[in-house]
Design a protein around this ligand. Structure first.
Ligand SMILES: Cc1ncc(COP(=O)(O)O)c(C=O)c1O
Length: 448
């Protein structure tokens, strides 16, 4: 494979874009490939190299790179009729109706333009509704580029994780380890009357993938109810992916008070949304007085792409297909790890997957009978239970240098495109095939 075109494009990009990219996660080592076009489950780069793509836009592309004809046709139609108006359109009502029909906790929505905007507005709403300032987040959770959730530290000893954020933001943010019920109990005992919301991804997808232990979300639900705080599920990644159309909250049978969405609901175009009970969502202006607005919010092309994508998924066997292939991939990877890297862990659920390069203590060569066969499920009876990553801290202990410098780059040379870092989820799409899965497993075998 040669990468001369990508190299030279990156050279130009470094002169005019910070770090040569427009989102920090895209800066792969030593330089990113530049994509020329997509083709189903593959991408082709500027040098003509073809890759099986598991970045999938970092999550939005449930159907892969080729829009089905019906999706493409509504996108072109809406773009041609006039891309946007700043005046309501029917299609935003239709997408809201579709989502409220399928997600049990959501009666009403406000559309925005990104996952970040969604979590910013959800936190503002929770604070306004409860009259409290503190929020609880999970260490290693990610909720976008927002001041209140970019924190390092533990408990109420948190500091902003980026320069440029005043300490006063972190003063209101409490960070706990995921999957740790005792930690939640401690912070609620100390600060319960001041906590506006617990904000969590149902499955950690940006520092993981970490699956919730049985009963963890029920515990969050009970504690937040007891103290009058809101439970906010950030389903930006898991929404309309994990649990299919009912989302992760349906899979885990939890009704959060608020849910943030993005990625898949825009069908590949910029989107976000905050959903929940009407009584809560109606706090937003102009129905209520919690300020929320946006020039591009409810953009007709995005709404049409999202709606038609979700309708397509509802009417075809999209979820069976992607979940089945991802299961195949995760079990194949589990077998490969048994021989090549028994300390590492295969993680993921539905169409998300990853191998975490963590030697997390525990005896790697433990009896492998009755272990999770297709992605860690945090089962206490699993012989690998003590060794599998349970929170952001465990995942962070991964061999990141090995992943970035040796493994990921070799996978790319083998024709398999993975995200830039060790921590981000990888996605199977509807256009991937059994052959793609077999080729991918071969590549893992070579590169591990
Ligand atoms: C769980 C979660 N929340 C929020 C965000 C932020 O979304 P966006 O990048 O659209 O602002 C992301 C982005 O990956 C995410 O994974």
């Amino acid at each position: 494979m040669t990468h001369e075109q990508s190299r030279s494009l990156y050279d130009r990009a470094l002169s005019v874009l910070a770090g040569g990219v427009n989102s920090s996660v895209r800066a792969t080592q030593p330089y990113p490939i530049f994509v020329e076009r997509g083709d189903g489950g593959h991408v082709i780069d500027a040098d003509g190299n073809r890759y099986i793509d598991y970045v999938m836009g970092y999550g939005p592309l449930l159907l892969g790179h080729d829009m089905p004809d019906r999706v493409q046709s509504v996108v072109l139609q809406y773009a041609a009729e006039g891309p946007m108006y700043g005046v309501p359109t029917e299609v935003e009502v239709e997408l809201a109706e579709f989502i409220t029909r399928h997600v049990a906790s959501v009666e009403m929505l406000r559309f925005v333009n990104s996952g970040t905007e969604a979590t910013v507005s959800a936190v503002r709403l929770a604070r306004a509704y409860t009259g409290r300032d503190k929020i609880v987040v999970m260490q290693g959770g990610y909720h976008g580029a927002q001041e209140s959730t970019l924190v390092d530290g533990e408990g109420d000893h948190t500091v902003p994780s980026s320069p440029g954020i005043p300490d006063s933001f972190a003063e209101h943010t409490i960070a706990v380890p995921f999957n740790d019920e005792a930690a939640i109990d401690r912070v609620f005992e100390a600060h319960g009357e001041d906590i506006a919301a617990v904000l969590t991804e149902p499955i950690l997808g940006n520092y993981g993938i970490v699956y919730p232990e049985d009963g963890y979300h029920d515990h969050l639900r009970e504690v937040t109810e007891e103290y009058g705080s809101l439970l906010v599920f950030d389903e930006v990644i898991t929404g309309f992916r994990v649990g299919g159309l009912q989302c992760a909250q349906g899979k885990f049978d939890i009704e959060p008070d608020l849910t943030t969405f993005a990625k898949i609901i825009g069908g590949g175009f910029p989107v976000g949304a905050i959903g929940g009970r009407s009584e809560l969502i109606e706090q937003f202006t102009p129905a209520g007085d919690v300020f929320q607005s946006g020039t591009f919010s409810g953009h007709p092309v995005t709404m049409a792409a999202g709606l038609e994508t979700l309708r397509y998924a509802a009417e075809n066997d999209v979820y069976d297909h992607v979940n089945g292939l991802a299961d195949q991939l995760r079990s194949g990877l589990t077998d490969i790890l048994a021989d090549e890297a028994p300390e590492y862990t295969v993680v993921g659920s539905d169409s998300m997957f990853k191998v975490i390069f963590t030697r997390n203590g525990g005896d790697a060569r433990t009896d492998r009978t009755d272990h999770c066969e297709a992605g860690c499920r945090q089962r206490p009876s699993c012989p690998r239970y003590d060794a599998c990553p349970k929170n952001g801290h465990d995942v962070k202990a991964a061999e990141t240098e090995r992943w970035v410098r040796l493994f990921r780059s070799q996978m790319q040379e083998e024709g398999v495109l993975l995200p830039a870092n060790q921590f981000e989820s990888q996605f199977v799409c509807a256009a991937h095939t059994e052959e793609d899965i077999e080729e991918t497993l071969e590549a893992y075998k070579e590169a591990l």
